[in-house]
Design a protein around this ligand. Structure first.
Ligand SMILES: C[S@@+](CC[C@H](N)C(=O)[O-])C[C@H]1O[C@@H](n2cnc3c(N)ncnc32)[C@H](O)[C@@H]1O
Length: 360
């Protein structure tokens, strides 16, 4: 044995192996959550009480042996409760997270992105070499659908009743009839929720990716709204006419190649007494802070490489902020640089996001 090998702390190595195996376990639990959502298993179990694999198989029209193994996996992962005598239950609390799309805690929808998101791993080695990432259109439809389903519960349950009333004077303007832009609107869930609640106002959703704009068009059509217009910002940019009463950007500035230019366009598009509501990931100012204090840092930096930073580097001049790159000090500095003078933080009780009310 050399001195080098003697210096290795085998206890630490063993713990690291355990930790890494745990991460593999997490990936596989995620894969099983994907199947539970895709095959309608959580929905079938929701409210059904303790159920056997045979009963669940009959209810879903699926093969009992596959259902049983999935139930064993989900019970071992402590998501489904094993009640004894071959009965399994999805508790009402877990149903809020895995079955009920209208619950503020619903998370299972985001898992529909996993196969396509993981397939992007085949393209990322090239990005590591070239420096160039992929756009939201290059991510593909499942990833965009995953973003929609992951972020939609907050829009459906909190945006109109909780968040908008906490912005200075905004609800009164929306009730009377205001002009609103949602920049980086994605699948349009936010503007659709606002458009339903405030029929006298006009809502414009801007995005540069065709896939989410298509999802937004479908969603708006289904909601039968006449006060929603969707625009491709790459051909139809925000007008520089100081006409918008409210502009919103939800979880998208850190994804943009040039958020600085979009922010400048927002400054020119907003009325002198208008309001800009920013939602972005609740990150710490520095990597060291995130390492020390942010338990979600591994998840967020992972999202960044797979999605947000990739998008933010999808053009050669991309700033590449990434998932945790738009922290409060960055938001304060960048909004001030384009001429906003008022900046207030808002707490809308979302552990993932920070919210800022920004005004000229
Ligand atoms: C994480 S998604 C958020 C979508 C939506 N705001 C939501 O919360 O569901 C980020 C979106 O920003 C869009 N985006 C990226 N760069 C943009 C730009 N320069 N202008 C407008 N949208 C942009 C992407 O196409 C994508 O739809």
């Amino acid at each position: 044995m050399t001195d080098d090998t003697q210096a290795i702390d085998l206890d630490k190595a063993g713990k690291t192996a355990e930790q890494v195996f745990g991460y593999l376990g997490g990936a596989l639990v995620s894969a099983m959550i994907y199947l539970g959502d895709r095959m309608g298993l959580y929905l079938a179990m929701s409210g059904a009480g303790p159920i056997t694999s045979e009963e669940l198989a009959r209810k879903t029209g699926l093969h009992e042996r596959w259902i049983r193994e999935w139930l064993y996996q989900q019970s071992s992962a402590r998501l489904i409760d094993y009640k004894g005598e071959s009965r399994f239950e999805l508790s009402p609390e877990t149903a809020m997270v895995l079955a009920n799309e209208n619950s503020p805690l619903y998370l299972a929808g985001g898992f529909c992105a996993i196969p396509q998101q993981m397939a992007l791993l085949n393209r990322l080695p090239e990005s590591f070499k070239s420096g160039l990432g992929l756009s939201y259109d290059q991510f593909g439809p499942e990833v965009n659908r995953g973003v929609e389903r992951l972020l939609a519960p907050w829009f459906r349950t909190q945006l109109v009743p909780t968040a908008l009333p906490k912005l200075d004077g905004v609800v009164a303007k929306l009730q009377a009839g205001a002009k609103v832009a949602d920049v980086g609107c994605g699948a349009g869930v936010a503007i659709i929720e606002m458009a339903k609640a405030f029929p006298r106002s006009q809502f414009h959703g801007y995005d540069i990716a065709k896939i989410p704009l298509g999802q937004a068009a479908d969603n708006a059509r289904r909601a039968e709204l006449t006060n929603v217009k969707l625009l491709d910002a790459s051909v139809d940019p925000l007008p520089a006419d100081a006409s918008y009463d409210l502009i919103t950007t939800f979880d998208c500035l850190h994804d943009m190649t040039r958020p600085d230019l979009v922010m400048l366009a927002i400054r020119k598009a907003i009325k002198p007494d208008g309001t800009w509501l920013i939602a972005d990931i609740h990150g710490m100012p520095t990597f060291e802070d995130n390492l020390r204090e942010n338990p979600l840092a591994p998840l967020m930096y992972g999202f960044s490489v797979l999605c947000c930073m990739s998008s933010a580097l999808s053009e050669p001049d991309g700033l590449g902020l990434g998932t945790l790159g738009f922290s409060e000090p960055v938001a304060r500095k960048m909004t001030a640089e384009v001429g906003f003078t008022r900046f207030t933080t808002k707490d809308f009780e979302n552990p993932i996001n920070a919210y800022y009310e920004v005004r000229p």
